[in-house]
Design a protein around this ligand. Structure first.
Ligand SMILES: [Zn+2]
Length: 689
């Protein structure tokens, strides 16, 4: 048997090391739960779902033509980055410069593999031979940079090559070895599934085998070295790709060994045994990666004692700690547990989840990687449960937090993602409040965002033994093999997220009945959704936050129309969110909107604008326009400009100007599109008067 797209001989059973694995539909997916006993659904194979235009089609095109090549240039240019130079050095390709050292952060290898993953994902769509050749070349270098025992970490390998005597693996928790090896495994699985080649997978197995041995002899204290645990997801995916049960055992052991840590800390989510956790704490990227990896283990084991804390923590985030933009991790720095009776219990945290309702806007940390991690976690919760609540969360984070991480031209990135920016807030924060073309101190976010944009199309459709699930809406095609038997081929036509008219045309379907499950978004209003088949209305409740099921034997040419009414809505937060008290935000469909200072009339300051209370839906006008060459829909609405005496406004307190406000027409843009028109001010939340 040949890989259907690459033609590489796979033989029906692939012999890989000692494992023989079958190849069938869903097993070449980004996350392969096709055989996972406790997963409700599984993803379609890489390349089976593709954007055909619209917002995400545009983002994928920029990803392929600009984001990925731009990062590759950065990696190779030593003025900007040492990532590729480090790999060459570790591979022994130092071109005779024997005294060079590893440079840059120790987690660069993992960030390189995130970028490689994006490359493999785009190959699954384009089948571009030059991309394939580039991946082959890179894999050759990675193979040489890997130690014979499978250990992979360029800082250590380079030092060993140069004869440094005191180099030890896992000597420092901030060396991120397991993070680097975890991303090697994930990237290798995507490469294998995209190309049918096992060249990278072999390296990932060596690394996993090394970790299997290491954790058999490692004391529990070393579990704490596994910060930012991307390897939980990595080893489970490798188990799925190879069928080798040792990797699933390793994943289970990685969770157990955390609980044995005696002096754990909330920052690394190991102060409390995992099964006793109910709250999201500590470093938000590490937390979200941990939760995602544990969800992977649940899919394979059905361990309900692990699922219950995941559900409780997810609920905690959604009810208390999630920004409207789908971002998480409010704090630059903080203390946990805050306000403890015992002074000795207070521990520092950074880049972290805050207390309930602690959601500052100007100083919101919201690392882009945490938003990506939140998508990875909730996506796995959706695969486990089929609960549309998790698809809503994935959509919220993708359309707002993830898209905002990269400029529309695809070459500048946010590390942190505030919901407000004011010029007078001038004291230095740790990270830039404008997107940067390179983040040399930590290049974790850019390739993480890029791989997520490359892979968003994999989230549109999923399958189960009785159904095709539509999780995301956007112009796209699907051509896939169904485990129930037969092929499913359809086209989705829509300009979502600008409107909610969505048309599916089926061109091929199995001979037996299949349920088409359409997600009715949680943000939609009851009674505002309609469904028809071949122009005949379908009766139903269409409850927001659920999947609506249409089950029948589908015929080629069948047309399903889904109409979700779009209407801008004005939202307020729980009053305990002190930073948004008496303020509102505007959302239309899945998109959160913001006010950017470029759109204000001359002389009007961002902080002087308020929205009047009340008013009907007819006060909103939707306009289409371009920002930085990308199509967006803006929202226009009447607003108030509050008078402000400029002579004393900079004082800490000043008297309110008694003059009446004047009315202007305000323009709001999608949050993700801000900071594409120069150094501006911005706010998601606006006061009401
Ligand atoms: Zn990051």
């Amino acid at each position: 048997m040949r890989h259907p797209r690459t033609g590489v001989l796979t033989g029906g059973l692939i012999l890989l090391g000692l494992a023989a694995i079958p190849v069938r539909g869903g097993e070449r997916a980004l996350v392969n739960t096709a055989k996972s006993p406790d997963a409700r659904m599984y993803m379609v194979d890489l390349g089976d779902a593709q954007w055909t235009g619209g917002l995400w089609g545009g983002r994928f095109a920029v990803c392929r033509t600009t984001m990925i090549p731009h990062i590759w240039e950065l990696f190779q240019n030593e003025k900007d980055s040492h990532v590729w130079a480090n790999l060459l050095l570790a591979a022994g390709q130092d071109q005779g410069v024997v005294d060079r050292r590893h440079e840059g952060p120790p987690f660069d290898d993992g960030d390189f593999f995130k970028w490689f993953e994006a490359l493999a994902q785009t190959y699954a769509v384009t089948h571009d031979p030059a991309t394939d050749a580039l991946m082959d070349r890179i894999i050759g270098v990675v193979a040489q940079a890997q130690r014979a025992d499978g250990y992979f970490h360029t800082p250590t390998v380079i030092a060993e090559r140069q004869g440094a005597a005191a180099v030890k693996e896992f000597a420092d928790r901030n060396h991120f070895e397991t993070y680097n090896m975890g991303h090697l495994m994930t990237a290798a699985c995507v490469h294998y599934r995209a190309t049918g080649k096992t060249t990278m997978l072999v390296l990932a197995r060596k690394a996993a085998d090394y970790l299997c041995g290491f954790y058999q002899r490692a004391p529990p204290e070393l579990a704490r070295n596994a910060i930012c645990p991307s390897h939980y997801m990595g080893v489970v995916e490798l188990y799925r790709a190879t069928g080798d049960p040792r990797y699933l055992e390793l994943a289970k052991q990685l969770i157990e060994i955390r609980d044995e840590v005696k002096d754990g800390a909330d920052q690394n989510q190991d102060r409390v045994p995992f099964r006793q956790m109910t709250k999201a704490v500590g470093h938000a990227v590490r937390a979200n990666y941990l939760y995602a990896g544990v969800a992977d283990v649940v899919a394979e084991t059905g361990d309900q004692t692990l699922l219950r804390p995941l559900e409780a923590i997810d609920r905690d985030v959604v009810d208390h700690k999630l920004y409207l933009t789908g971002a998480t991790g409010a704090l630059y720095d903080g203390a946990s547990p805050d306000g403890s009776d015992d002074f000795d219990d207070i521990q520092l945290v950074h880049q972290a989840y805050g207390r309930d309702f602690q959601l500052p806007n100007l100083t919101a940390y919201n690392e882009s990687c945490a938003t990506v991690g939140f998508v990875l976690w909730n996506w796995r919760m959706l695969l486990l449960t089929g609960d549309a609540r998790y698809a809503d969360l994935v959509e919220q984070s993708l359309y707002n937090g993830v898209l905002a991480g990269i400029s529309l031209d695809g070459i500048r990135y946010f590390y942190v993602n505030p919901l407000r920016k004011l010029r007078d807030f001038a004291w230095p924060l740790r990270w830039s409040r404008e997107r940067q073309p390179n983040i040399q101190r930590s290049f974790c976010c850019p390739p993480n965002l890029v791989r997520t944009i490359a892979e968003a199309q994999d989230y549109i459709y999923t399958l189960s033994r009785d159904a095709l699930w539509v999780n995301l809406y956007g112009a796209s095609t699907l051509d896939t093999t169904w485990s129930g038997g037969g092929r499913i081929k359809l086209r989705q036509e829509t300009d979502y997220p600008w409107s909610g008219a969505i048309k599916f045309t089926i061109s091929e379907a199995p001979a037996q009945p299949v349920a088409l499950r359409l997600r009715i978004p949680g943000w939609s209003r009851a009674g505002q959704t309609a469904v028809s088949i071949n122009r005949g209305p379908v009766a139903g409740e269409f409850r927001p936050g659920t999947y609506f099921e249409l089950r029948r034997t589908w015929q080629p040419g069948d047309v399903v129309q889904l109409d979700i009414k779009f209407q801008p809505v004005v939202l307020e937060a729980n009053p305990l969110v002190e930073e948004t008290l008496n303020q509102v935000a505007v959302r239309n469909g899945p998109l959160v909107y913001c006010l950017e200072s470029n759109d204000l009339p001359a002389g009007v300051r961002l902080e002087d604008v308020a929205l009047p209370l009340g008013g009907g839906s007819d006060r909103f006008t939707i306009n289409r326009r371009q920002i930085a060459g990308a199509d967006v829909a803006t929202i226009s609405l009447p607003a108030l400009v509050l008078p402000r005496d400029r002579t004393d406004v900079d004082r800490l307190y000043h008297e309110v100007d008694p003059a009446p406000p004047r009315t202007i027409q305000l323009t709001l843009i999608p949050y993700y599109a801000w900071d594409n028109r120069g150094d501006t001010e911005m706010t998601v939340w606006l006061p009401v008067r």
